[in-house]
Design a protein around this ligand. Structure first.
Ligand SMILES: Nc1ncnc2c1ncn2[C@@H]1O[C@H](COP(=O)(O)OP(=O)(O)O)[C@@H](O)[C@H]1O
Ligand SMILES: [Mg+2]
Length: 282
């Protein structure tokens, strides 16, 4: 459930890489508790750099990151605790997976929390079930497909039972069936109250999935919208090279042709648009 206090917040965060590249530049952003937030931006906008700040892998050179109202504690224990509460799924699963078998990999995090063996076993079982990999528990990680590896990474994060799950370009490299499967998994997590943050350059996915969309431009958060306000922001999306949701574009054309009523608001998905058209023609 969303409450007024954000669960994560960046205030004026700037970060340059050692070679001088700007990762973030005065970036400020609030993430609502229990929200589904999409961070949109073209390649190099700073999405990954922002995520590395949200779980303390990178530290702001100026500005602050807050979790649950407090600035991050970059001490060893503070980071250990933070990473048990905020799970990050990297874009490339090979950056995340390191154990021989699926079960070992997913067990690593909860074991590190010092949990009882039985508790770890139960959590790992639940996490593998959630991503549909129960039958793969004893498989060597290196024999899995890209999509399966990605699901192992998600299971590893779920086994920690975090408050926030952050996914960096999660749909990249997945086929349509697996994208639908991942959307279903995220739906389940959101309904259990988890805060979910996704980086993507896919405006269509963001529009369909998110409640809130923030646009990152050259390391700075340019603007944030709640989904119902997106139709007023289409020019802004277009001007940042992100494009506009195809559903919104199609809806506008159908309204211009007099086939749909503009007063009913924008459909979120292709399915919804087709249903509205069917209502009109029958
Ligand atoms: N390890 C790195 N060393 C130097 N520059 C980097 C490194 N990682 C990212 N950058 C630069 O920082 C900027 C932001 O990158 P990134 O956060 O990866 O963007 P995004 O995830 O939105 O594509 C880019 O200009 C990129 O080239
Ligand atoms: Mg990235």
């Amino acid at each position: 459930m969303k409450t007024s206090s954000p669960i994560l917040e960046l205030q004026g965060v700037s970060f340059r890489y050692p070679d001088g590249s700007v990762g973030l530049e005065g970036c400020s952003l609030s993430i609502g508790r229990g929200s589904r937030t999409a961070i949109l931006g073209v390649n190099g906008a700073g999405k990954t750099t922002m995520f590395l700040h949200l779980n303390g892998i990178l530290r702001p050179q100026s500005g602050h990151v807050f979790y649950d109202g407090a600035t991050l504690d970059y001490g060893r224990n503070g980071l250990h605790k933070l990473r048990s509460r905020i799970g990050l799924v990297f874009q490339n699963p090979d950056s995340q997976l390191f154990s021989a078998s699926v079960r070992e990999d997913v067990s690593f995090g909860p074991m590190n929390l010092g949990l009882d063996t039985q508790v770890v076993k139960a959590r790992v079982g639940d996490a593998l079930r959630a991503v549909g990999l129960t039958d793969y528990a004893d498989k060597p990680v290196h024999n899995l497909s890209f999509g399966q590896k990605k699901r192992v990474c998600i299971a590893g994060v779920l086994a920690m039972q975090p408050d926030v799950i952050i996914l960096d370009e999660p749909m990249a490299g997945l086929d349509i069936g697996m994208q639908a499967e991942l959307t279903r998994i995220l739906e389940g997590l959101h309904s259990e109250g988890m805060t979910i943050i996704i980086a993507t350059h896919d405006i269509d996915f963001a529009y369909q999935w998110a409640e809130t969309i923030s646009i990152l431009v050259k390391g700075r958060c340019d603007a944030t919208w709640e989904i119902p306000h997106i139709p007023n922001a289409l020019d802004r999306f277009a001007s940042h090279g992100i494009g506009i949701p195809r559903i919104a574009e199609l809806h506008n054309s159908l309204v211009r042709l007099g086939l749909l009523d503009s007063g009913t608001g924008y459909p979120r998905s292709h399915q919804e648009l087709v249903e509205r058209l069917n209502e009109v023609v029958t």
